[in-house]
Ligand binder design. Structure first.
Ligand code: GAR
Length: 219
């Protein structure tokens, strides 16, 4: 078997998705390994998850750089010094420039808390509630120059329940994120998810008849 895909994770905060990726990568036979974690925020809690897992973690503080290009050049240098083959954005809350996206084109994925292309951008849970959707969720996608607009690798749906507020909905989506991101990383790293003509093709046996209804159907 070829070696594990070397992954760099970019974070800005709590890092619960990073933690789920670290746990997945620790399993024997998982096709990816996290070789570096970079945070643009010095106090990011996720740095502790990396260190606890024995993974190199560093701060690349955007405030220390004169402009986005210099900040992103420092990120790319750190990632390339670690021989990173795939970048995973996991709650990385800086918009990246087209130049950075082009540099990592086809080699950078992100998790976003909505069923894209619905609700790109911020405040996704409040916007889902305001729209009255009955299914909400999360998406893992390749990063393209359009914000939250790249090819979708995978999605997970959760029901919107009576009485939900943005926090309760966010918690339900986050639990789905923690399952979806490792599953998508596995597919990308072992070559079963491939970018073809701007879309992701997946080689995987799935139940094509499976359907989810919310509200549930009653006979
Ligand atoms: C996650 O919900 C992730 O989907 C979201 O930030 C949170 C980070 O949580 N990302 C975005 O909104 C990107 N636009 P975490 O630090 O605990 O992984």
């Amino acid at each position: 078997m070829a070696g594990k895909m070397k992954v760099g994770v970019l974070i800005s905060g709590r890092g619960s998705n990073l933690k789920s990726l670290l746990e997945a990568c620790a399993a024997p036979g998982f096709p990816a390994e996290i070789v570096t974690v970079l945070s643009n925020q010095p106090g990011a809690g996720g740095l502790d998850h990396a260190r606890a897992a024995g993974v190199a973690a560093a701060v690349v503080d955007h405030k220390a750089y004169d402009g986005r290009a210099a900040f992103e050049a420092a990120l790319t240098t750190a990632l390339e010094d670690a021989a990173v083959e795939l970048v995973c954005l996991a709650g990385f809350l800086r918009v990246v420039t087209p130049a950075f996206v082009r540099h990592w084109q086809g080699r950078m994925i992100n998790i976003h808390p909505s069923l894209l292309p619905l609700f790109p951008g911020l405040d996704t849970h409040a916007r889902a509630l305001a729209a009255g959707v009955k299914l909400h969720g999360c998406s893992v996608h390749y990063v393209s120059e359009e914000v939250d607009g790249g090819a979708i690798v995978g999605q997970a749906a959760v029901p919107v329940l009576a009485g939900d507020d943005p926090d309760s909905l966010a918690a339900r989506v986050l639990a789905a994120e923690h399952r979806l991101y490792p599953a998508c990383l596995r597919l990308v790293a072992d070559g079963r998810a491939r970018l073809v003509d701007g879309k992701v093709e997946i080689s995987l046996d799935c139940d094509g008849a499976a359907q989810i209804f919310n509200p549930p159907l009653r006979p």
